[in-house]
Design a protein around this ligand. Sequence first.
Ligand code: COA
Length: 479
Amino acid sequence: MATKKKAKTAKSRAKSSAAAKKVVKLKAKKPAAKVAPGNGMPRPSSKPWGQAGRALQGVKILDFTHVQSGPTCTQLLAYMGADVIKVERPGIGDITRGQLRDVKGADSLYFTMLNGSKRSITIDSKHPKGKEILDRLVKECDVLVENFAPGALDRMGLTFEHIHKLNPRMIVASVKGFGPGPYEDCKVYENVAQCAGGSASTTGFRDGPPLVTGAQIGDSGTGLHLALGIVSALYQRVRTGRGQKVLCAMQDGVLNLARVKLRDQQRLAHGPLTEYSQYGEGVPFGKATPRAGNDSGGGQPGWILKCKGWEDDPDAYIYFITQAPVWTAICDLIGKPDWKTDPDYATPPARLPRLKQIFATIEQWTMTRTKFEVMEICNKHDIPVGPILSMKEIAEEPSLRATGTVVEVDHPTRGKYLTVGNPIKLSDSPADVRRSPLLGEHTDEILRKVLGYSEKEVAEIKVSGAITAPDKPAKAEAA
Ligand code: COA
């Protein structure tokens, strides 16, 4: 055995030396390209975590966004460390500054919560001098982000061709309501997108009208999609050296988030959707994915159940999931140990036609406890449940403050307010959450320090009307 092994080893040594010779030969023919260790990347930083700069440090964003969808995107990029320069119309600014105002004379929370960590410059994009300043910004920045109505950017003269000529490296990222097709020229707001993206038709109760959700999946959801597109384009630019267009249609973004409902649409062709409670109730399915009330969208049935205090507190509810692996624990908790072995209840398929009655029984138990007590008890048994948290409870939740998901910032005209910090946590890039800028607060600073205008030139710009509202003196621009 040992000799055999030796012979084998000698043979393989000979083989590998022949292979080595071959490599040498190959090398002699054509010297291999020198590949730096780490695939061309710098050596791993030895700086402490979180002190090696921010993820998007050095990236300059020309932020032409307004209302919600675009600003959500650029706020996320700012949290990641990008320098976001928000261009606003002199004297007016982003229309949301004045919408849903709660404090007289101060920017609304609508605006402040979507425009943190950015700088604001006022420029009239239709003024000749304004156009000149914008061209300089295009040359200086890496990404232009906009969510104007279709055609508005072109009408300003900022066509992709013009931008690309000035700065071939620039990424031009847009949110529009619809992609190319019959509706591409339409203006779109949040709820229009929820309706057109398949969310509204599948949300709500079967016997009620379509419903829009409170979560802004059309606006903030599309902003999130756009941010991913931008970061991907920045990454590709490292290889190609050139920018590109990034387009996110709100209809597409909503559909992406509602994809399980398109899944169900296709499943319908093969029979009823057994996890929908209408199946158990004997209600026939129509041709399209129906509204499913509070049914869970996945394979584990769930429903919203009342908890102690529900009579007075509209949020005293809990979402309860009858996850199959913990079914026996659920039976014990709710005082139905016989359901563990009863053939009508013991298996998931047996339970499907009885979900309404099962949840009504579980509710008898949850109504004897507060939602937090139910949560605590169920967690001990690994039963997935979720208390219905009010915004008041979320605003006051210490753990969300501790993680920086809810952040208090101070604002010169409105005082302290809460904002949502970066929901994406990077271990080496702590979020940079700062208050929103006043209208035109950084105009001067950007003209001088980013664009390099001289003292004299800035003075000329100030009287030109390109950065101030027509009827207001230059000084009022930062008011
Ligand atoms: N200087 C001069 N003019 C400016 C300017 C500036 N700094 N910034 C904007 N404007 C002008 C635009 O050029 C445009 O003028 P034009 O139509 O004469 O060319 C005008 O302001 C208004 O822009 P618009 O985008 O049409 O605003 P709107 O208030 O009429 O429509 C939306 C708002 C949201 C419906 C529309 O922008 C839209 O459909 N956007 C895409 C989808 C989207 O993001 N929707 C989500 C909103 S949360």
